[in-house]
Design a protein around this ligand. Sequence first.
Ligand SMILES: [Zn+2]
Ligand SMILES: [Zn+2]
Length: 299
Amino acid sequence: MEVIILGTSEAVPTAKRSQLAMLLKYKNENILVDCGEGTQRQFKIAGLSPLKITRILISHWHGDHVLGLPGLLQTFALNNYSKTLKIYGPRGTKKFAKLLLKTFVFKEKVKTEIHEIDKDGEIIDAKDFYIEAFRMKHSIPCLAYKFVEKDRRKININATRKFGLKQGPLLGELQQGKNIVFKGKKIKSKDVTYVVRGRKIAFIIDTLFNKNCIKAAKNVDLLISESTFLESTHFDKAKERGHMTAKQAATIAKKARVKRLLLTHLSQRYARNPKPILDEAKKVFKNTQLAEDLMRIKL
Ligand SMILES: [Zn+2]
Ligand SMILES: [Zn+2]
């Protein structure tokens, strides 16, 4: 599992930071989270193919999170993207996506499936993972997303060997958590298997600090959170613009007991020196890093 950070800037791109976009690679899935202006170019620079995208999760329809969509869809159309592109987003997504597909001339060529989400909860349930959405507090409908890899039960081979059980369908049953009878002896699944905990990632983008942030981030291995301003100098500005401060992002990480925090969506005022953002967050939550464009995180 890998997350590739494609863009990290708030509102406008800077010389070093493209507008927001992140790619989550997991098995056959390539899930794009937001698609700011310049996302396609970031794919190229990162040596990735946008045609492998399977789903797009949109946090909200402010330009800096979706301006890259028309270009991306055009590339799909030009290259006969043959999958059905699944797009997820908050209230209004169907309307906005339809307008976008109508404005440009690629409508017939890209098959899309658009999911509009207006409540908290599970939005995707796949074989090995699920994704939940959480409503945020921003000037327009906005969602945070949590990717959860399902726990897997594995066979402890040394333990099953003790029973003389080496292969066959009974092992599969044990792996499903079922107890079995083998050569007249009962074998309990819990005695010969162990659980590998799934990995979790949360994306919290464009919001005021709110309770749902803690729910979305609960126990994740990696929290990627917006951190637009410094609390020490721009607390009021953050509030007025519907954004969080570095201290608030770190507070979420602490309260939700996350393992690692990555700060993104930095205001351009920190383009030259983002260090105060990092310092402020670290006072509250130590394992914090600043997101940089093209950073890759393996989990
Ligand atoms: Zn934004
Ligand atoms: Zn916004």
